[in-house]
Design a protein around this ligand. Structure first.
Ligand code: PLP
Length: 504
């Protein structure tokens, strides 16, 4: 008997209803196993791995099983280049409705004027947004000036002039080392090559944004785009003030809310701190605090809508209809009182974890947090971020090392750890668990010592890469983490012992 049939037979014999998520997963894995069992084996292993470590990576979360089950189906077969009701392929009526619905859900959720749900990721969303803005503020005026509407009617000289003009536009975004993202003008990213890229920093003393200094810099640089948003900045950003700065220098104001979209959707960030109210264009991922499928989303003021909708052919090829469907489900889930409570709890947990860490002698950049993440400066423990990351992972905690502002140890070794509470909060954890986790992190850091390099030109110095943690402390911390994981089980609907039957 198949694993699916056996599960249903047993459940019904016990007088119970089969669980839809369990049936969905079993059917899915059983069908995949017909081609190659190693893939369902890897899916089950990933669930087991995720259940054995505390997920404190600030950019990760656990999306709903409804969202996941929306991703695996025949929608992936359809080409739908273009945008709803304007396609380059026949037979898109159904995708038109589906994508239109996802856009409407996004607008309802965020109070946006326009939504574009095709970007496959946050980086894609930024690339579409950048080029949409350039088309609006550079290409459109140029075409108007030369009296053309078709790019192919330009002379070679005009085309060269337009292309050169694109290359001279200025982007002003948050520096990578102050918590900005690679796509905000980092030299190894295409954003720094297509733009003349400038960055602003946090204040070296307070480690928070100083709007007066950003204003001064914006007046000097006169950027085409002023970009706000971050991946590792633990404070709120006042988007009303940033908008004023953008307006005062004639810049388009763009916000990348990839990290905190869930806090905006869940109304934990409102008023001055709601970017959708203030920015011309807002980009985001859908899989971080927003807790949807892996993907990207763009929201915009009406006058930018037509330009954003040109994401294909400008940057993208065909959209992923199955992902757009899953986004629609996630937006609907986020537009509920339960999600609003979730968003509030993310911040509550973050503040309480930060409080317990500080009390225990951990230095937090900017002294704390008012969002879903915090950055620990571990230099007072004599460690680099890399050493601290390895040490806490041995105790069952997954997080990532991160540069602190103006980090002397660079982007590879770093001096910090970034911690986020979105995934812990999805599991249902609260203040008591934050206290326990803070104690575990502190114990591990206190029991870890950097090794001394034995020979070579750095002999006698502390290794940036290697450190040793007291074995007994690792063991006891690992046990405390496992106890927490056993009390807050990931996807409790899914029984791995039964799922594994598909591998027989
Ligand atoms: C995560 C992130 C991105 C990139 O998202 P991907 O889906 O990984 O491409 C872009 N911007 C910011 C601010 C981010 O935090």
């Amino acid at each position: 008997m198949s694993a699916l049939a056996a599960y249903i037979k047993d459940i019904v014999a016990n007088g119970q209803e089969p669980n839809a998520a369990m049936v969905g997963y079993l059917a899915n894995l059983e069908q995949v196993a017909k081609v190659d069992k190693s893939i369902p084996a890897a899916i089950i292993k990933e669930l087991e791995d995720q259940r054995s470590y505390l997920k404190m990576i600030a950019s990760e979360n656990y999306c709903s099983l409804s969202t996941q089950l929306t991703l695996g189906n025949l929608l992936t077969d359809k080409y739908a280049e273009g945008f709803p009701n304007h396609r380059y392929y026949a037979g898109c009526d159904n995708i038109d409705n589906l994508e239109g619905q996802a856009c409407k859900e996004a607008c309802d959720l965020f109070g946006a004027e326009h939504a574009y749900v095709q970007p496959h990721s946050g980086a894609d969303a930024n690339m579409v947004a950048f080029w949409a803005i350039l088309n609006k503020v550079v290409q459109k005026p140029y075409m108007d000036k030369v009296g053309e509407t078709n790019l192919y009617n330009l002379t070679d000289e005009q085309w060269a002039e337009l292309r050169a003009t694109f290359g001279h536009q200025k982007l002003l975004g948050l520096n990578y080392y102050s918590g900005g993202h690679l796509t905000h003008g980092y030299r190894h990213n295409v954003s720094a090559r297509m733009f003349d890229a400038y960055t602003y920093d946090v204040d070296p003393k307070t480690q928070v944004l100083d709007y007066d200094s950003i204003r001064k810099q914006a007046e000097e640089v006169k950027p085409t785009i002023l970009l706000a948003g971050y991946s590792a900045y633990p404070r709120k950003v006042n988007f009303r003030i940033m908008r004023e700065i953008a307006d005062s220098v004639g810049a388009v104001f763009m916000v990348d809310m990839a990290h905190f979209a869930g806090l905006v959707a869940g109304k934990a960030f409102t008023g001055d701190f709601d970017p959708v109210k203030h920015a011309d264009v807002v980009t985001t991922t859908t899989h971080k605090t927003l807790r949807g499928p892996r993907g990207g989303l763009i929201l915009a003021k009406k006058e930018f809508g037509d330009f954003i909708d040109q994401g294909c052919p400008m940057v993208l090829g065909g959209p992923l209809p199955h992902c757009m469907a899953a986004k629609a489900i996630a937006f609907k889930e986020a537009n509920t009182p339960e999600f609003q409570e979730y968003a509030q709890n993310i911040v509550k947990n973050s503040k309480s974890l930060a409080g317990y860490l500080s009390e225990g002698g951990v230095n937090l950049t900017s002294g704390g947090t008012d969002n879903h993440l915090m950055v620990l400066d571990v230099t007072n423990f004599g460690l680099t971020g890399r050493q601290a990351e390895d040490a806490v992972r041995a105790a069952g905690i997954t997080l990532n090392r991160n540069s602190v502002p103006f980090d002397p140890n660079g982007a590879w070794y770093t001096s910090g750890l970034r911690i986020g509470t979105p995934a812990l909060t999805t599991l249902g954890m609260g203040e008591a668990e934050m206290k326990e986790i803070a104690q575990v992190v502190i114990e591990i850091l206190e029991s870890t010592t950097a090794n001394i390099i034995a020979s070579g030109k750095n002999a006698g110095k502390k290794s940036l890469a290697k450190a040793t943690t007291d074995e007994a402390v690792i063991a006891s911390c690992r046990e405390r983490v496992t106890n927490l994981l056993n009390r807050f089980v990931l996807y409790p609907e899914l029984d791995t012992e039964i799922l594994k039957q598909v591998l027989n």
